[in-house]
Design a protein around this ligand. Structure first.
Ligand SMILES: Cc1ncc(COP(=O)(O)O)c(C=O)c1O
Length: 377
């Protein structure tokens, strides 16, 4: 189905094509100089000491679990209102996901009080997810981590260049994980990054992303190294230079993209002001954020009503989504399930509206007038 207004549109032009062509013509298309340049640029922009480019964010989360030493049976507290990859990473190392609820229908980040209530002697770590690029309460979460000797991983997929008290998201805790999947603020098709200020973590991540080998094929091709040893049980989680070259162009565009999204969010907020029947999460936030998505939560609603509203928006040519179906209700997570009343309500009644930098004022007007019409019917 083709929509008049899609949920997302790529922020691509001739520059990405040019960058890819250059890499192809260079004849080095796997992990090499572009990948290194992307790491350096990302680390500089996000003010982190180390950046390790990877195949995607899912593997970044997986490596993070290894780096902080999560063992089978350890408990890791995580959100349920997130993409399933956040929680799958915990299962990859046979640890136990312990789900924490969100704070409220207007603050969709994890509730530090619920996190604290779920800490047991088996808890080893907390994985936070900065929903839509809006920061979790990191002061409280880092204070809990300090008190209970826990590690903290930031799933910062939604928040490149978003800030919390002057610090970039993904650089506050032990490790930050980012995605460059097509629909993210930075799009490379597939792609991801692991950020850390811990040099030992970064060195091991570099080892683990390439089979635990002590040198990479680019180094060997340049004569920097003629042999290698395998010193750790690693994976193939390497990014390639084709994607890295797209990432470099996307990083140049990131700040302008975010500025544009901030204007779009402002338009949405103005047009939806005083409109009964919905809650706009983070409406009062003045944080510097990426605005990865724009969500609303229907008040006094049900999943059937929400789906009907989405269906009518689709009939008007407006594509929507749901961020997210709650992870603790998926079949594969049933054995770890628990009651999370706010997450369940939000998951059943949230609608993600279109958000991307090329949305026009007329598009916003069209979306909001249709939404109002449908909700007043
Ligand atoms: C919150 C969150 N975590 C993890 C991921 C997984 O990222 P990737 O697709 O790069 O593996 C995504 C991507 O959709 C995400 O939105």
């Amino acid at each position: 189905m083709s929509y008049k207004i899609p949920l997302f549109d790529l922020n691509f032009d001739g520059e990405e094509e040019k960058a890819v062509t250059e890499v192809i013509r260079s004849k080095w298309i796997s992990s090499g100089p572009r990948t290194k340049a992307l790491e350096e640029k990302f680390a500089t922009m996000l003010e982190a000491e180390q950046a390790v480019a990877l195949t995607n964010c899912t593997v970044s989360l997986h490596l993070a679990m290894h780096l902080i030493g999560i063992q089978p049976g350890d408990e890791v507290i995580c959100p349920s209102l997130t993409f399933v990859a956040t929680c799958n990473a915990i299962r990859y190392v046979n640890a136990v996901p312990v789900f924490a609820d969100v704070k409220s229908t207007s603050d969709l980040t994890m509730d530090p009080a619920d996190i604290e209530g779920k800490i047991t002697p088996r808890t080893r770590a907390i994985v936070v997810m900065h929903f839509g690029g809006f920061p979790c309460n990191m002061d409280r979460i880092m204070e809990l981590a300090d008190r209970y000797k826990l590690k903290v991983i930031e799933d910062a997929c939604h928040g490149p260049l978003s800030e919390y008290h002057g610090k970039k998201l993904g650089t506050i805790a032990d490790i930050g994980c980012f995605s460059f999947f097509s629909n993210k603020n930075i799009s490379t098709g597939e792609g991801g990054m692991l950020l850390t200020n811990n040099t030992a973590y970064a060195e091991r991540a570099r080892l683990l992303r390439s089979h635990g080998m002590t040198s990479m094929s680019y180094e060997r091709s340049k004569g920097h190294s003629t042999s290698y040893d395998v010193v750790d049980l690693g994976f193939n989680y390497r990014m390639d230079d084709i994607r890295a070259s797209i990432g470099l162009v996307q990083l140049d565009k990131l700040q302008a993209d975010i500025n544009k999204r901030a204007e779009i969010r402002k338009l949405y907020l103005e047009r939806l002001k005083n409109f009964d029947g919905i809650t706009i999460p983070f409406a009062q936030s003045d944080a510097i954020v990426s605005n990865y998505i724009f969500t609303i939560v229907l008040k006094d609603s049900t999943v059937d009503k929400r789906d009907e509203v989405r269906g009518k928006l689709a009939e008007a040519g407006i594509q929507t989504s749901v961020h997210y179906p709650a992870v603790h209700r998926f079949s594969i997570f049933r054995e770890f399930s628990c009651s999370l009343p706010l997450t369940e309500y939000v998951s059943d009644n949230l609608i993600t509206l279109p958000m991307y930098s090329r949305l026009s004022e007329d598009d916003i007007e069209y979306i909001v007038s249709n939404l109002k019409r449908i909700l007043h019917d």
